[in-house]
Design a protein around this ligand. Structure first.
Ligand SMILES: N[C@@H](CCC[C@H](N)C(=O)O)C(=O)O
Length: 299
């Protein structure tokens, strides 16, 4: 670990159901976390993360903070449900508040700490138009688009539903156990398929009952993760839209269970836990970092 250059910013290493998150406190200044810093932190096993959630001062009246989201490859993301829960957990520990209004690249969203300690994030409305996702060509019906992988006459995965939750998602429906698919091999090919001009998060989903979905996700810019909140929301919305499930279901990811509700007002509510691991300070330009003392706990 190299010595950070000044000025440094506080961060907390956290996780949302095993989705590895760094919450970076960038308030009170104009500095941003650079792509290079993100790549450096992701490449260090001690700080490896799937997303950085950078908390900035609010830009729009009526909002509390602006959240910038970076993937492990340094690219920007419009949404991160598990990361938003980590942000809420960190802010609630700091100021005792239980509800927040955030602005992100994809719009305004609200979140609250529930009485049982779980955190509910209003992820907004799913969008299904082909330009919204976006797709490179017109598909009038995005409940099942023409896309497959594997032998042409016996595809391994095919006909995904697609949706935007502020970020692009493709959901492939499977009958077999989700662990029987080589998502580490197919994920990168599908993420970068020419049909997705902004790449896409790739999920395989097995419907176990109208109230239970099992998913695995290859995340755009991060690879295989133990949970992806926006993918859980996209999978539930696509499942309900195609009559596969009810509008409320438990979505099971490798890291555990999330509750997803697609309300009648079109908003998707994602509920689950968030966990603090350790805190430190880092240089947002380079990613050089140091751990806080054992006594200096969550930021
Ligand atoms: N882990 C996230 C999604 C992260 C963003 C994604 N990789 C993208 O680039 O769109 C979640 O919990 O939603």
């Amino acid at each position: 670990m190299s010595a950070p250059h000044e000025p440094t910013a506080p961060f907390a290493k956290m996780n949302g159901l095993g989705n590895e998150i760094i919450v970076a406190d960038m308030r009170g200044g104009t500095a941003r976390v650079s792509s290079g810093a993100a790549i450096a932190l992701a490449g260090d096993p001690a700080t490896h993360f799937d997303q950085i959630m950078a908390i900035h001062d609010a830009e729009t009246p009526g909002t509390d903070y602006f959240i910038r989201i970076l993937n492990a490859d340094g690219s920007a993301a419009g949404a991160c449900g598990n990361g938003m829960r980590c942000v809420v957990e960190a802010l609630a520990a700091e100021n005792g508040r239980s509800s927040f209004t955030f602005e992100t690249q994809s719009g305004i969203l609200t979140a609250e700490v529930r009485g049982d300690g779980l955190i509910a994030v209003d992820m907004g409305a799913p969008r299904f138009g082909w330009q919204d996702i976006p797709l490179a060509e017109e598909f009038r019906d995005t409940r099942a688009i023409e896309l497959q992988i594997g032998p042409i006459d016996a595809p391994v995965l095919h006909s995904p539903s697609v949706a935007s939750m502020g970020n692009p998602h493709a959901v492939f429906w499977v009958d077999e156990d989700v662990w029987s698919y080589a998502l580490d091999r197919f994920g990168p090919l599908l993420e970068n398929h020419p049909l997705f001009p902004e790449r896409a998060n790739i999920t395989i989903a097995q419907v176990q009952s109208p109230e239970r979905l099992v998913i695995r996700t290859w995340e755009r810019g991060a690879g295989l993760t133990r949970a992806c909140g926006s993918a859980a929301c996209a999978a539930l919305a696509c499942a309900a839209r195609t009559g596969r499930t009810e509008r409320t279901a438990t979505v099971v990811a490798p890291g555990g269970e999330l509750l997803v509700e697609w309300r009648t007002d079109d908003h998707v509510i994602l509920t689950g836990p968030a966990e603090w691991e350790f805190s430190g300070r880092f240089d947002p330009a380079t990613g050089a970092w140091e751990r806080a003392d054992a006594e200096a706990v969550a930021s």
